[in-house]
Ligand binder design. Structure first.
Ligand SMILES: NC(=O)C1=CN([C@@H]2O[C@H](COP(=O)(O)OP(=O)(O)OC[C@H]3O[C@@H](n4cnc5c(N)ncnc54)[C@H](O)[C@@H]3O)[C@@H](O)[C@H]2O)C=CC1
Ligand SMILES: O=C(O)C(=O)[C@H](O)COP(=O)(O)O
Length: 372
């Protein structure tokens, strides 16, 4: 079998080779010629797969090592016998870590207590559900909006959903965790546009770690300028990697689409992609994966840290988005480079916290840290 894989998929090299002849290329260098004679592609979100690149090829399967799949023209694939698979939920905990770290940053910078704030979560799937659990652990009031789920689950749903108007009226922070969809009753393209932003009651912060075009650049800038919103946290950018310089300068936290980039998430994405390859072609091979590297500093010593600062200290030890914000604001033209050369981080469960105060023990444990 001939496979073409994105060279920036961690933990894949040495594993994919057990299934066939593998060529690696950076995702932004995939061409029609490069994929023409391949049977399977293992890919990321940076390559668009539609007629232009796929027509006339022998590709039978596209495995995306990602949750989102708006980079795949699924209609084209379905109608041309090209199977496509994704890695649902693979990096959901990593996005949750990103959101928690960002919320703690906003609380510190603007001197508010998360316990007194309401967060609206729009899109309550694998990511949004984890974000909801983490926000409740932080003591926040959580509002959930997910019309497709609400409709599908009807009155049997165990989850209490609110409509988007309630989020507009009541939320101090609104975070988006929907896929990017351009058609249909619940399309999310420019969900956050002028009309959404003009009807906000509490001057909320807006977080987009979903897909760039869920929020409109022009509308966000307008709302920041006229004071309808207090600030933005952006991991996903409309038109990335060519990002809006003015919006970048206004963002509180600005990262190059790396919310899902924990080593844990990437490892799982790779394994799920290989499993998809095996299932599709009926291959009975059990590959050996490299282990996930330990964190450089796996022990977090909270001795001497004020109890009220301990939670943020531990979370930012595992992941601090501010360093990346500085780098991106300094060199926005390196957006793609930052993503391709990202030093993978570990999630909470890879860290052990020592000397924590009784008052934060449970919260740290609930987030997933080991405590001794
Ligand atoms: N920044 C990053 O690194 C990452 C971004 N993502 C993005 O996050 C998205 C969500 O991921 P998951 O939670 O795993 O997907 P999921 O498919 O498990 O959940 C998405 C949820 O959004 C809901 N939804 C769809 N349209 C909606 C609308 N108009 N309003 C409210 N809710 C709506 C769906 O019903 C579903 O419950 C992905 O599609 C991807 O685009 C995912 C992983 C990493
Ligand atoms: O899983 C998703 O969906 C994401 O957005 C990923 O974090 C993006 O990963 P890459 O495509 O950059 O590998």
């Amino acid at each position: 079998m001939k496979i073409l894989a994105d060279s920036h998929i961690p933990f894949l090299k040495g594993v994919a080779e057990q299934f066939g002849e593998v060529e690696y290329l950076p995702g932004n260098q995939f061409t029609r010629d490069a994929i023409k004679l391949k049977d399977a592609l293992i890919v990321r979100t940076v390559t668009h797969f539609g007629y232009d690149i796929l027509h006339g090829s022998s590709v039978k399967l596209i495995c995306s090592a990602t949750i989102g799949y708006d980079h795949i023209d699924t209609e084209y694939c379905d109608s041309h016998g090209i199977a496509w698979r994704t890695a649902p939920g693979c990096n959901a905990s990593s996005v949750e870590q990103y959101i928690t770290a960002s919320l703690l940053f906003l609380a510190r910078k603007y001197n508010f207590n998360l316990k007194e704030k309401t967060i609206g979560i729009v899109g309550v799937g694998n990511v949004g559900s984890k974000v909801a659990v983490a926000c409740r652990k932080l003591g926040m009031n959580v509002l959930l909006n997910d019309p497709p789920r609400e409709k599908a689950e009807g009155s049997n749903s165990e989850t209490e959903f609110v409509n988007i108007r309630t989020i507009q009226l009541e939320a101090d922070i609104i975070t988006f965790h929907t896929p990017l969809t351009k058609v249909g009753e619940h399309k999310t393209f420019h969900l956050v546009d002028n009309s959404f932003l003009n009807f906000l009651e509490r001057k909320p912060f807006i977080i987009n770690a979903a897909r760039g075009a869920v929020t409109s650049n022009q509308s966000l800038k307008k709302a920041l300028n006229n004071g309808n919103i207090s600030g933005v946290v952006l991991d996903c950018w409309e038109n990335e990697p060519e990002i809006d310089a003015e919006l970048l300068s206004m963002a509180e936290i600005a990262t190059p689409h790396i919310a899902g980039y924990s080593a844990d998430g990437k490892w799982t994405a790779t394994k799920m992609s290989i499993d998809n390859l095996k299932d599709h072609f009926g291959l009975d091979i059990t590959p050996v994966y490299q282990p996930i590297p330990e964190p450089k500093e796996p022990v977090i010593d909270l001795k001497g840290i004020a109890p009220e600062d301990q939670l943020a200290h531990a979370v930012w030890h595992s992941y601090n988005p501010m360093r990346e914000t500085e780098l991106l604001k300094t060199s926005p033209e390196k957006f793609y480079w930052f993503r391709s050369n990202y030093p993978l981080r570990r999630e909470y469960h890879a860290f052990t916290v020592i000397n924590s105060h009784n008052s934060v023990h449970q919260k740290l444990k609930d987030l997933g840290f080991n405590i001794i």
